[in-house]
Design a protein around this ligand. Structure first.
Ligand code: CA
Ligand code: ZN
Length: 299
């Protein structure tokens, strides 16, 4: 099995990045990842102010997937996510939703024990290991790894977890897939500006799917399909995610457009991924049990 170490990481998703590895469609790859601060905050004595901000949001890769062409979809099956036994959370001035309340930046190292994040002596939180940054190279200009978009990127979606499947629209030959920015636990919105940022390892299977056209990333798990969209405002991100899911459903199930809309209104959930990155990200979630009544097949 191919393993890509965190020594080969990128700070921009770009068609010009040199691949760290090449794989065949269907292969399984292990990615070793640094945390979003490049592992620079190891104790409560390490300060964000003096950290090297050029090493923020590293994504391990990219991996060139043979046969992936623009217009295809890269199916990413997340088989396993493991993380280290401590993470870091941060907030402060101009950082996160409440950034106008603070002076300076603060961070805190949080121990992880028995699958729980030990916030303080009163409270431990159950982990929900998720991938913050996961995507492919965009067609045009490079995008920094802190930004989400059509290519995926920094979506900070709490549902990108073990056993989820992410479908990414391929924009360049080989897709140039990379991932990083694991969170041991995070609430929807990521309001402080970070989750519980943690280094770790992710095992994924990468498959090229021909003939499946997507505008934006789509997420599947045991229970639902979700269309994920990012935009300058949350309003626009919500509209785009609903519209994408509508197009997906309308081309696959035999219902009038108005009835699909009614169905979405009754059974679909608009949810926030994050509100703190350069673009905001929303997801529109439809339960599989609803779509299956209409013989929906995604692929
Ligand atoms: Ca992130
Ligand atoms: Zn993060």
């Amino acid at each position: 099995m191919i393993k890509v170490t965190s020594e080969t990481c990128i700070y921009r998703f770009s068609k010009d990045n040199k691949p760290a590895a090449s794989v065949e469609s269907g292969e399984t790859v292990i990615f070793e990842t640094l945390d979003c601060f490049g592992n620079q905050i190891q104790s409560n004595d390490d300060k964000l102010e003096t950290m090297d901000w050029n090493r923020v949001n590293p994504a391990t890769g990219p991996v060139y997937v043979n046969g992936a062409e623009p217009g295809d979809v890269l199916k990413v099956t997340i088989q396993r996510i493991t993380c280290r036994n401590k993470g870091v959370i941060a907030t402060g001035e101009n950082f996160g939703v409440l950034g106008d309340k603070f002076k300076g930046l603060v961070s805190r190292v949080v121990p992880i024990k028995d699958d729980m994040a030990v916030f303080d002596e009163k409270l431990s939180l159950p982990l929900n290991r998720m991938i913050g940054v996961i995507g492919v190279a965009p067609e045009g200009e490079a995008l920094n790894t802190g930004t989400p978009g059509h290519h995926g990127g920094n979506m900070d979606n709490t549902r990108i977890t073990e056993n989820a499947v992410l479908y990414l629209p391929v924009a360049v030959p080989g897709a140039l897939f990379a991932l990083g920015d694991l969170h041991a636990v995070m609430g929807d919105g990521e309001i402080s500006g970070t989750g519980l940022e943690v280094a770790g390892e992710v095992q994924v299977q990468l498959e090229v799917i021909k003939g499946l056209k997507l505008n934006n990333p789509v997420l599947e798990n045991e229970n639902f399909y979700a269309a994920i969209a990012s935009a300058a405002t949350l309003d626009e991100a919500v509209s785009a995610s609903v519209s994408d899911m509508f197009d997906i459903a309308a081309s696959r199930i035999e219902l009038p457009d108005t009835e699909i809309t009614m169905l979405f209104s009754l059974a679909g959930q608009t949810q926030i991924c994050q509100v703190v990155d350069p673009l905001k990200t929303a997801r529109f979630v439809i339960p599989k049990c609803v779509l299956e009544k209409y013989n929906f097949k995604f692929v």
